[in-house]
Design a protein. Structure first.
Length: 255
């Protein structure tokens, strides 16, 4: 089956996943993670990629990032992979590939799914049973987005900024989103879109994506990824967005 061309829709974030080959570890020591952060920061700045959320797990990574141009994200990931794999292999006297093929990515409808995708990414260590709360995992953007910890990797997205009139208000309102239950259908929609390179959004958004010469969804079927199921996922994402708007309008609350 021919590879689908890479997505690019101007001013639109992308959810990116890169896994280790055969799901093997891509980080073994804290030094590996620290070097990876340096490589990612350099690649993102060099090629015009703004990162809004991330998590680095033992055998895969997630990014939510907005590229400046069509070539920005591919070039950044190529640069990151080339430097990091060379480091990883040489430090362990190994050779061969580290990644499970190309990175996977999908464009994300900002108003409907951006916050849901940020939450999905930062909750990865919780779903994996590594920590009970996302702030206890050091290798993610949650401490920056939720607690204001300095993180040169993170660039706040405009939809994050409108969560509050001050940095403290934004952080409190963002944390309130993590008190809401995550619907299974929302999680499935995010995974399905990213793994299969379909656009994550409603029908109007998918039509917009297809104007850029890229098929945005699979053929209709009765599976969970059908239009009916997508509608359920969209309603769940809408509910989260509506909650964020309501919380921001109410103002920060004590936690």
């Amino acid at each position: 089956m021919a590879r689908l061309p890479r997505y690019f829709v101007p001013d639109t974030p992308q959810h990116v996943i890169q896994r280790g080959n055969n799901r093997q570890a891509i980080f073994v020591t804290p030094a590996d993670l620290a070097f990876f952060v340096d490589c990612l920061l350099y690649a993102a700045r060099s090629h015009g990629v703004a990162i809004h959320a991330y998590v680095f797990m033992t055998n895969h990574i997630h990014l939510l990032a907005t590229p400046d141009a069509a070539a920005s994200l591919p070039l950044a990931m190529q640069s990151l992979g080339r430097v990091y794999v060379r480091y990883f292999n040489s430090s362990r006297e190994r050779s061969g590939t580290l990644w499970d093929g190309r990175y996977r990515a999908t464009v994300v409808e900002t108003d409907r799914y951006l916050l849901a995708c940020m939450r999905y990414i930062e909750l990865n260590p919780v779903r994996a049973g590594i920590v009970e709360r996302p702030e206890r995992y050091p290798w993610s953007s949650h401490r920056a987005n939720g607690f204001g910890a300095p993180d040169p990797l993170v660039t706040a997205h405009p939809n994050y900024r409108v969560l509050g009139s001050s940095p403290a208000a934004r952080r409190l309102n963002y944390l309130a989103l993590f008190d809401q239950p995550v619907a299974d259908v929302e999680t499935h929609a995010i995974r399905d879109a990213t793994q299969n390179a379909w656009a994550l959004g409603d029908a109007m958004f998918r039509r917009r994506v297809e104007q850029f010469g890229r098929r945005a969804e699979r053929a209709r079927s009765r599976r969970l990824s059908s239009p009916a199921a997508a509608s359920i996922a969209a309603k769940s994402a809408d509910a989260l967005t509506s909650f964020a708007v309501a919380v921001a309008a109410r103002g920060p609350t004590n936690r």
